[in-house]
Write a protein that binds this ligand. Structure first.
Ligand code: GDP
Ligand code: MG
Length: 173
Protein backbone atom coordinates (compact mmCIF):
# COMPACT_ATOMS: atom_id res chain seq x y z
CA UNK A 1 0.00 0.00 0.00
CA UNK A 2 1.21 3.45 -0.88
CA UNK A 3 -0.38 6.88 -0.96
CA UNK A 4 -0.56 10.51 0.03
CA UNK A 5 -1.75 11.67 3.42
CA UNK A 6 -2.58 15.33 4.04
CA UNK A 7 -2.42 16.73 7.56
CA UNK A 8 -4.81 19.63 8.01
CA UNK A 9 -5.93 21.63 11.01
CA UNK A 10 -5.67 25.13 12.40
CA UNK A 11 -2.42 26.32 13.99
CA UNK A 12 -1.58 24.88 17.38
CA UNK A 13 -3.71 21.74 17.28
CA UNK A 14 -0.51 19.65 17.20
CA UNK A 15 0.09 18.78 13.55
CA UNK A 16 3.89 19.13 13.73
CA UNK A 17 4.06 17.22 17.00
CA UNK A 18 1.98 14.43 15.49
CA UNK A 19 4.07 14.22 12.36
CA UNK A 20 7.34 14.25 14.30
CA UNK A 21 6.06 11.35 16.33
CA UNK A 22 4.94 9.39 13.29
CA UNK A 23 8.14 9.93 11.35
CA UNK A 24 10.50 9.59 14.30
CA UNK A 25 13.83 8.26 13.12
CA UNK A 26 12.29 6.47 10.20
CA UNK A 27 12.20 9.54 7.98
CA UNK A 28 12.94 8.44 4.44
CA UNK A 29 13.95 10.84 1.74
CA UNK A 30 13.11 8.85 -1.36
CA UNK A 31 9.74 8.24 -2.89
CA UNK A 32 8.82 6.31 -5.97
CA UNK A 33 5.86 8.62 -6.32
CA UNK A 34 6.44 11.95 -8.01
CA UNK A 35 5.91 15.04 -5.91
CA UNK A 36 3.55 17.51 -7.49
CA UNK A 37 4.04 21.24 -7.13
CA UNK A 38 0.80 21.40 -5.18
CA UNK A 39 2.28 19.27 -2.44
CA UNK A 40 4.77 20.29 0.14
CA UNK A 41 6.42 17.07 1.12
CA UNK A 42 6.67 16.74 4.88
CA UNK A 43 8.05 13.23 5.11
CA UNK A 44 7.60 9.62 4.17
CA UNK A 45 6.93 6.81 6.59
CA UNK A 46 7.70 3.31 5.39
CA UNK A 47 6.46 0.38 7.46
CA UNK A 48 6.94 -2.97 5.79
CA UNK A 49 5.01 -2.75 2.54
CA UNK A 50 3.10 0.36 3.61
CA UNK A 51 4.39 3.72 2.47
CA UNK A 52 2.59 6.86 3.63
CA UNK A 53 3.66 10.12 2.04
CA UNK A 54 2.77 13.05 4.29
CA UNK A 55 2.07 16.34 2.56
CA UNK A 56 1.15 19.83 3.60
CA UNK A 57 -1.53 21.86 1.86
CA UNK A 58 0.02 25.28 1.30
CA UNK A 59 -2.44 28.10 1.67
CA UNK A 60 -5.12 26.27 3.53
CA UNK A 61 -4.87 28.60 6.49
CA UNK A 62 -3.69 31.85 4.92
CA UNK A 63 -6.13 34.69 5.30
CA UNK A 64 -4.30 37.95 4.53
CA UNK A 65 -4.22 38.80 0.82
CA UNK A 66 -7.61 38.35 -0.86
CA UNK A 67 -6.45 37.49 -4.39
CA UNK A 68 -3.56 35.42 -3.19
CA UNK A 69 -5.88 33.80 -0.72
CA UNK A 70 -8.30 32.78 -3.44
CA UNK A 71 -5.45 31.29 -5.44
CA UNK A 72 -4.00 29.50 -2.45
CA UNK A 73 -7.40 28.18 -1.43
CA UNK A 74 -7.88 26.79 -4.90
CA UNK A 75 -4.46 25.21 -4.70
CA UNK A 76 -5.25 23.79 -1.27
CA UNK A 77 -8.52 22.35 -2.50
CA UNK A 78 -6.75 20.71 -5.42
CA UNK A 79 -4.16 19.26 -3.10
CA UNK A 80 -6.88 17.82 -0.93
CA UNK A 81 -8.46 16.18 -3.97
CA UNK A 82 -5.10 14.67 -4.93
CA UNK A 83 -4.43 12.91 -1.68
CA UNK A 84 -5.70 9.51 -0.62
CA UNK A 85 -6.36 10.23 3.03
CA UNK A 86 -6.97 13.46 4.98
CA UNK A 87 -6.03 13.75 8.63
CA UNK A 88 -8.19 16.48 10.12
CA UNK A 89 -6.55 17.34 13.42
CA UNK A 90 -8.61 19.09 16.11
CA UNK A 91 -8.09 19.88 19.77
CA UNK A 92 -10.04 17.63 22.13
CA UNK A 93 -12.15 20.49 23.36
CA UNK A 94 -11.42 23.79 21.73
CA UNK A 95 -13.20 24.62 18.49
CA UNK A 96 -12.52 27.99 16.83
CA UNK A 97 -13.42 29.89 13.66
CA UNK A 98 -10.14 28.64 12.21
CA UNK A 99 -11.26 25.04 12.73
CA UNK A 100 -14.48 25.98 10.96
CA UNK A 101 -12.47 27.34 7.99
CA UNK A 102 -10.47 24.15 7.65
CA UNK A 103 -13.52 22.01 8.20
CA UNK A 104 -15.32 23.78 5.35
CA UNK A 105 -12.51 22.60 3.07
CA UNK A 106 -12.77 19.06 4.29
CA UNK A 107 -16.50 18.51 4.67
CA UNK A 108 -17.38 17.95 1.02
CA UNK A 109 -14.29 15.97 0.05
CA UNK A 110 -14.86 12.61 -1.50
CA UNK A 111 -11.82 11.31 0.31
CA UNK A 112 -11.49 9.34 3.49
CA UNK A 113 -11.16 11.73 6.41
CA UNK A 114 -9.74 10.72 9.76
CA UNK A 115 -10.83 13.03 12.55
CA UNK A 116 -7.79 13.09 14.80
CA UNK A 117 -8.79 14.37 18.23
CA UNK A 118 -5.51 15.44 19.78
CA UNK A 119 -4.33 16.36 23.28
CA UNK A 120 -6.49 13.78 25.04
CA UNK A 121 -3.82 13.69 27.76
CA UNK A 122 -5.31 16.98 28.94
CA UNK A 123 -8.72 15.42 29.24
CA UNK A 124 -9.15 15.19 32.97
CA UNK A 125 -12.86 15.85 32.86
CA UNK A 126 -14.95 13.97 30.31
CA UNK A 127 -17.56 16.73 30.19
CA UNK A 128 -14.84 19.00 28.84
CA UNK A 129 -14.72 16.89 25.69
CA UNK A 130 -14.95 18.86 22.48
CA UNK A 131 -18.61 19.85 22.41
CA UNK A 132 -18.60 19.70 18.65
CA UNK A 133 -17.26 16.19 18.49
CA UNK A 134 -20.63 14.50 18.33
CA UNK A 135 -21.90 17.10 15.88
CA UNK A 136 -18.75 16.74 13.78
CA UNK A 137 -19.03 13.00 13.55
CA UNK A 138 -22.61 13.46 12.39
CA UNK A 139 -21.42 15.84 9.68
CA UNK A 140 -18.63 13.47 8.70
CA UNK A 141 -20.45 10.16 9.04
CA UNK A 142 -17.76 8.30 7.13
CA UNK A 143 -14.89 9.73 9.12
CA UNK A 144 -12.97 7.54 11.49
CA UNK A 145 -12.54 9.24 14.85
CA UNK A 146 -9.16 8.57 16.44
CA UNK A 147 -8.31 10.18 19.79
CA UNK A 148 -4.58 10.64 20.29
CA UNK A 149 -1.96 12.38 22.33
CA UNK A 150 0.69 13.46 19.86
CA UNK A 151 2.86 14.75 22.67
CA UNK A 152 2.86 11.48 24.60
CA UNK A 153 2.62 9.21 21.61
CA UNK A 154 -0.67 7.76 22.77
CA UNK A 155 -2.71 5.82 20.20
CA UNK A 156 -0.41 6.84 17.35
CA UNK A 157 0.16 3.19 16.38
CA UNK A 158 -3.57 2.76 16.02
CA UNK A 159 -3.79 5.94 13.96
CA UNK A 160 -1.12 4.63 11.61
CA UNK A 161 -2.96 1.33 11.26
CA UNK A 162 -6.15 3.21 10.35
CA UNK A 163 -4.21 5.29 7.81
CA UNK A 164 -2.63 2.16 6.29
CA UNK A 165 -6.06 0.57 5.94
CA UNK A 166 -7.25 3.56 3.88
CA UNK A 167 -4.31 3.73 1.49
CA UNK A 168 -4.75 2.27 -1.98
CA UNK A 169 -3.50 -1.25 -2.49
CA UNK A 170 -0.41 -1.75 -4.59
CA UNK A 171 1.69 0.99 -6.09
CA UNK A 172 0.07 3.81 -7.99
CA UNK A 173 2.42 5.77 -10.18
P1 GDP B 1 0.72 22.84 14.90
O1 GDP B 1 0.68 24.32 14.83
O2 GDP B 1 -0.61 22.25 14.53
O3 GDP B 1 1.83 22.22 14.11
O4 GDP B 1 0.93 22.46 16.44
P2 GDP B 1 2.27 22.03 17.19
O5 GDP B 1 2.63 20.62 16.86
O6 GDP B 1 3.31 23.06 16.97
O7 GDP B 1 1.77 22.04 18.70
C1 GDP B 1 1.27 23.21 19.31
C2 GDP B 1 1.41 23.11 20.82
O8 GDP B 1 0.58 22.05 21.33
C3 GDP B 1 2.83 22.77 21.26
O9 GDP B 1 3.11 23.48 22.44
C4 GDP B 1 2.77 21.28 21.55
O10 GDP B 1 3.70 20.86 22.51
C5 GDP B 1 1.36 21.13 22.07
N1 GDP B 1 0.82 19.77 21.84
C6 GDP B 1 0.83 19.07 20.68
N2 GDP B 1 0.28 17.86 20.85
C7 GDP B 1 -0.07 17.77 22.15
C8 GDP B 1 -0.69 16.76 22.96
O11 GDP B 1 -1.02 15.66 22.52
N3 GDP B 1 -0.92 17.08 24.26
C9 GDP B 1 -0.57 18.27 24.80
N4 GDP B 1 -0.84 18.46 26.09
N5 GDP B 1 0.01 19.24 24.10
C10 GDP B 1 0.26 19.00 22.78
MG1 MG C 1 3.18 23.11 12.77
Amino acid sequence: RCGYVAIVGRPNVGKSTLLNHILGQKLAITSRKPQTTRHTLLGIKTDGDVQAIYVDTPGLHKENDKALNRFMNKSASQTLRDVDVVLFVVDRMRWTDEDELVWNKVRHLERPVILVVNKVDRLDDKKDMLPHLEWLTQQLPNAEVVPVSALHGRNIDHLQAVIAGLLPEGEHF
